[in-house]
Design a protein around this ligand. Structure first.
Ligand code: PLP
Length: 377
């Protein structure tokens, strides 16, 4: 199998799985238990929190474990809107966020919030100036992702943070960094966001574990799950120790030679662009600079057919974001593409282990699809 869908999820290295197995079978104590075996589990959770906080460059006490990136995104909204409940009911976000944000915004609209959805230009960019212009005195929250999962566009979060402080001190800033963590360089200390969402399974960790960074401007975050007091009382539920250990181990492994890994992914992406350019009429979608995501379109060749055809030859790519499950992608729609270009968008995404040979195989399969199938639109 050739796996070119690392933005959907990533393979778990054996060292991560081994660590998780050891914790499941040998260190399965409940971190809340008083005896030594429980205290050891608590120590393990704290060590892991420290490792991930180091990679994010923040105090460990500012990082809270959640069940996934989706949960982190939703908690950031809950906490921000609670703190700013007297500021107003206006939210600024983009039309190209992950559905975790877009769906929450749709709910909020039904609850009387007004949401401004900013659309990107043809290259997929949204300048900080546009975000700041949309901010009003009653804007409670701005939520702009760090890296787009379909195009790889990197958004100017630092610039937005600085502008926001000057324009409306109280407005809180959330960034969904699920596709940015260990893919583009940033530090929680200098980014300026009040909330940062992470997810383990995009960096070689297990599914079912994420984290939310909560900055110091958030006074007392509204608990996401009240209960037994875990995660400083903000997100109760017995800690998923094995998942947490898997998240920390994956972070540690990614951090080893990280710049080399990022350079490799960027080279792979450049090579893929070169090889795919051999396909007649192929279009590059947007101009994302993140090293791991590449979106292209074979106009007129419906993406579901392309994905299925490649799947038959053992190659995994995706039709836009895997989270849409057949529905047209909001990102493709927001880019204002011509209908037949939009219908043909596929995403290839890479990891540190992706090889040029894998790209050659994918390029050949795409070319074959182009040459042997009739365009349908
Ligand atoms: N945000 C972005 C940008 C993503 O790409 C994803 C997953 O695809 C998520 C959030 C959701 O993360 P999780 O699958 O951990 O809920």
């Amino acid at each position: 199998m050739i796996y070119l869908d690392h933005a959907a999820t990533t393979p778990v290295p054996k060292a991560v799985a081994d660590e998780m197995y050891r914790v499941l079978t040998e260190e399965y104590g409940n971190p809340s238990s008083q005896y030594a075996y429980g205290r050891e589990a608590r120590r393990l959770v704290d060590v892991c929190r420290g490792k991930i906080a180091d990679a994010l460059d923040c105090e460990p006490g500012r990082l809270f474990f959640t069940a996934c990136g989706t949960e982190s995104d939703n908690w950031a909204f809950t906490a921000a809107l609670w703190q700013n409940r007297r500021v107003g009911k206006h939210i600024v976000t983009t039309a190209v966020e992950h559905s975790a944000i877009l769906e929450r915004c749709r709910w909020l609209e039904q609850d009387g919030y007004e949401v401004t959805f900013l659309t990107p230009d043809r290259d997929g960019n949204i300048p900080a100036r546009e975000v700041l212009e949309a901010v009003r005195p009653d804007t409670a929250l701005v939520s702009v992702m760090l890296v787009n999962n379909e195009t790889g566009n990197v958004y100017p979060v630092t610039e937005i943070a600085a502008g926001l402080r000057a324009k409306n001190e109280k407005t809180l800033l959330h960034t969904d960094a699920v596709q940015g963590f260990l893919k583009v360089p940033f530090s929680a200390r200098t980014l300026g966001a009040d909330f940062i969402s992470l997810s383990a399974h995009k960096i070689g960790g297990p599914k079912g574990i994420g984290a939310l960074y909560i900055g110091e401007r958030v006074r007392s975050p509204r608990p996401l799950l009240p209960g037994g007091g875990q995660e400083s009382g903000f997100r109760a539920g017995t800690e998923a120790t094995a998942q947490i250990v898997g998240f920390a181990k994956a972070t540690e492994l990614r951090m080893e030679g990280l710049s080399e890994k990022l350079r490799h992914m960027a080279e792979i992406k450049a090579y893929a662009m070169e090889r795919l350019a051999e396909i007649p009429d192929l279009r590059l979608i947007a101009k994302g600079t993140a090293p791991h995501v590449l979106s292209v379109s074979m106009p007129g060749y419906p993406s579901q057919n392309v994905v299925n055809d490649l799947s038959d030859t053992g190659i995994c790519i995706s039709a836009g974001s895997a989270c849409h499950q057949g529905k047209p992608s909001q990102v493709t729609a927001a880019l204002g593409l011509e209908k037949k270009v939009a219908a043909g968008v596929v995403r290839l995404s890479f990891g540190p282990e992706t090889t040029r040979e894998e790209i050659d195989a994918a390029a050949a399969a795409l070319k074959k699809h182009h040459d042997t199938r009739f365009p349908m639109l």
